[in-house]
Design a protein around this ligand. Structure first.
Ligand code: BGC
Length: 755
């Protein structure tokens, strides 16, 4: 070989000189640069292929496959033609992939395509890698994380979930759900962080940081997705996917902030909601998706549609005549990736050729998707190392944290006669209830676990008793299997013991025929379903002190129960270690410190119930014979110890544009160490536009030993005192405000002044 030929060859191999810039495989280049280089080599079909997501074999719920049976999985994928489409570069992403072997196989197929672009593999890992087979660590559902009022819980759960996802071949989670819920009938309550914009924003932000790390480029991090934009938690009749009619002011005040915070935290994907918002389906909302979220709020990632919601623009909303027009409207509105399946590809390619979707719109979408793939490191490493997977998934550290998070999420609602903590075990204990030995503690978006991976509430209690205590456990079956005969026997057996524990609630298990709450299963009553209240009434009426443990995603509005039970523990859906956490609270190993992230309505007639209502809400209307107030307020929760508040300092007068310094002292004046959730609310006493009676402006969970005191300092940002004025601009008005600490622990007025 001649000298010049050798030099040329070297340049090609090492990527030196002019070729260096052109090589998208060069991992030293920034992700977006690599994405642009790759994009320039792609045909229109290859580009649109990246916008298409398909389902793996986990979508075949009626014929579940063993994901480790390679041949079976391959056969199904070939059968559905998905293998061919991947090889042709017509699929960019997958969801519902149950295990790492399938993930590896899909990536292998992608390597057979012309450009060998790896696939983004997505899953709904919202409180642990719950849809993965074999099992992964399952943490409390988001409503429980919110009840902890501890951002570290949300961040750590997300971080550990991301670790388990990456070790098993997944790169993208459809979480966090940062929707505000104002209608407790909505079956998806447990997937959310509740009713308050600040709490939801902070929990969402913490999860995004936990999932994505700095920018999801480290090997243990994944891409997050803020969903669903927007207002599904206040839809018609509380039904999933039904239309929402919400004023622009309420959207801006209440429903938008968690998404704005998610974008500020760097969330890379956003999923629009199923619903129609004020007449425009969210998947077609160009003004919001592109005009507001991308252009005004600076969203830098990509939009993924929700499950078949582009098709529903035609099939359900009737705003377009067919699927092709649906694709045109959605992509032009700003949608970047389609979940899921065929037709979208052909339609979009044709629409571009017909000039109905500009090719620049496609380039914009694909650039974001490819950037994500480079950023997450897919081109360098997309196969699962099975040894690493087995070391990471369900490792000790994660399981221990599942217990800690569950403990922190528990809220003690009632504790008459100091029934709890149970110090000297009663000589005999009666235990029953449909959730006592049930996987419902796992919450939605989790598969069932092999029994040995989970501590049920029965197991937690049984394992914590002294040998001298006789436990009479009466298996109950599913909620709807409770009969009058069962109740009669429970009464007899409870009557022979010193204390009764009933574990009641709702069944959120995704694929269970006995499910009573969850996605696409909304509630027509907020009381316990089936004969559970009858069971509770009968047992409580025996006179035996009765502890009720509630396992539920959405609040339980059972007035009789809260009034007559001796003690009530709200456990939410506490995850795989939930039974241990509940037992630790019952027997005093853990002092509960969680607080309600939702208002518990008195009945279904009390919808909507939330703490930040407008001042005139209750000034005239009444229900005959029934109090208008909720059963429990947002922020409520008891402890086994007492906390006293003192020394509130806030300036009497503050310049109109200044932040507000606040300090006060909290003392643990009880007998045990414990956690206190400190809440700071503001009331604007006179405002030109009506403002809520209270608005949460900050919170913090602290731990104090017995007798310990701490002086806390907060700075309330000036913006927290603003409202949206007549022109929908944020404005801070001068005048009187009130600062309220905790649920009315301390109050003080201050004044904002102009010169
Ligand atoms: C849900 C989404 C979820 C998607 C994929 C949809 O039905 O609304 O929240 O991410 O399914 O599983």
């Amino acid at each position: 070989m001649k000298y010049r030929e050798i030099v040329f060859l070297l340049i090609l191999i090492t990527g030196c000189g002019t070729n260096q810039e052109k090589n998208y495989r060069d991992a030293s280049l920034p992700a977006e640069k690599r994405a642009r280089l790759l994009l320039s080599e792609m045909t229109l079909e290859e580009k649109v292929g990246q916008m298409c997501q398909y389902t793996g074999t986990a979508s075949l719920e009626d014929q579940p496959l063993d994901p480790n049976a390679d041949e079976q999985v391959r056969y199904v994928l070939q059968l559905g033609e998905k293998a061919r489409l991947i090889r042709e570069g017509k699929i960019g992403s997958f969801l519902k992939v149950p295990g790492y072997k399938e993930a590896n196989y899909l990536q292998q197929l992608a390597e057979e395509s012309r450009l060998k672009i790896p696939l983004l593999i997505a899953t709904d890992a919202i409180h642990g890698h719950g849809m993965y087979v074999p099992p992964a660590t399952i943490f409390p559902t988001p409503i429980g994380m919110a009840a902890s009022f501890d951002e570290d819980v949300a961040r750590t759960v997300a971080e550990y979930t991301a670790r388990e996802m990456r070790a098993t071949g997944y790169h993208w989670t459809f979480s966090p759900n940062v929707e505000i819920v104002r209608d407790a009938r909505w079956g998806r309550f447990g997937e959310t962080f509740g009713e308050d914009p600040l709490l939801v924003s902070r929990m969402g932000r913490a999860m995004i940081r936990g999932y994505q790390g700095e920018n999801f480029s480290e090997p243990d991090h994944v891409i997050a997705c803020a969903k669903h934009f927007v207002a599904g938690g206040i839809a018609f009749n509380g039904l999933n996917g039904a239309p929402a009619e919400v004023s622009r002011r309420t959207l801006s005040d209440v429903f938008f902030p968690p998404f704005q915070e998610a974008i500020a935290a760097g969330v890379y994907t956003i999923m629009p909601a199923h619903n129609d918002l004020n007449g425009i389906p969210c998947h077609a909302h160009r003004e919001y998706l592109t005009g507001m979220i991308r252009d005004q709020w600076g969203f830098d990632g990509f939009f993924i549609s929700d499950w078949m919601d582009i098709e529903r623009l035609h099939e359900v909303h009737y705003i377009v005549k067919d699927h092709k027009e649906a694709a045109q409207v959605a992509v032009n509105a700003g949608l970047d990736m389609h979940m899921h399946g065929p037709d979208f590809f052909e339609n979009v390619v044709a629409l571009v050729r017909e000039g109905k979707i500009p090719e620049e719109r496609i380039d914009e979408a694909v650039l974001k998707i490819l950037t994500a793939k480079f950023q997450v490191g897919l081109f360098e490493d997309h196969y699962v190392d099975s040894v690493k997977a087995s070391q990471v998934v369900l490792c000790r550290e994660h399981i221990d944290y599942a217990l800690e998070a569950a403990c922190k999420s528990i809220v003690l609602l009632k504790n008459e006669d100091k029934l709890l903590p149970v110090k000297n075990d009663p000589a005999s204990l009666f235990l029953t209830g449909p959730l006592a030995d049930h996987q419902g503690i796992l919450g939605d978006w989790s598969r069932l676990l092999p029994e040995e991976y989970l501590v049920s509430i029965r197991e937690g209690i049984a394992g914590s008793l002294k040998p001298s205590t006789k436990l009479d456990y009466m298996p109950c079956g599913e909620i709807e299997q409770i009969s009058a005969q069962f109740i009669a026997e429970a009464v007899l057996r409870a009557g022979r013991t010193k204390m009764a524990i009933l574990v009641l609630g709702e069944n959120p298990i995704r694929f269970s025929p006995y499910k009573t709450i969850g996605e696409n299963l909304d509630r027509h009553s907020l009381d316990l379903s089936g004969l559970q209240t009858d069971l509770a009434r009968a047992v409580i009426n025996t006179g035996v002190p009765t502890l009720i443990i509630l396992v539920n995603g959405g609040p339980i509005a059972s007035e009789w129960l809260y009034e007559h039970a001796t003690a009530v523990i709200e456990a939410w859906e506490p995850g795989m270690m939930g039974g241990q956490a509940v037992a630790d609270v019952i027997f005093g190993k853990y002092n509960p410190g969680g607080r309600l992230p939702v208002t518990i309505p008195r009945s279904i007639a009390h919808i909507q119930s939330f703490y930040n209502y407008k001042p005139s809400s209750f000034h005239r209307g009444k229900f005959k014979g029934v109090s208008i107030s909720p059963l429990y307020e947002f922020g409520y929760g008891l402890s086994y110890t007492e906390f006293s508040y003192d020394n509130l300092e806030v300036p009497d007068n503050v310049p109109i544009d200044a932040d507000i310094p606040v300090s006060f002292t909290i003392r643990n004046s009880g007998e045990l160490a414990g956690d206190e959730v400190v809440l700071l609310f503001i009331r604007d006493k006179i405002s030109r536009i009506t403002t809520p009676v209270r608005k949460l402006v900050d919170f913090q969970r602290i731990h104090l030993d017995k007798g310990e005191a701490e002086t806390l300092q907060f700075i309330i940002p000036n913006e927290a005192l603003s409202f949206f004025n007549e022109n929908m601009e944020k404005e801070v008005e001068s005048g009187e405000f009130e600062l309220i600490i905790g649920l009315d622990r301390l109050r003080k007025d201050f004044r904002l002044y102009t010169d």
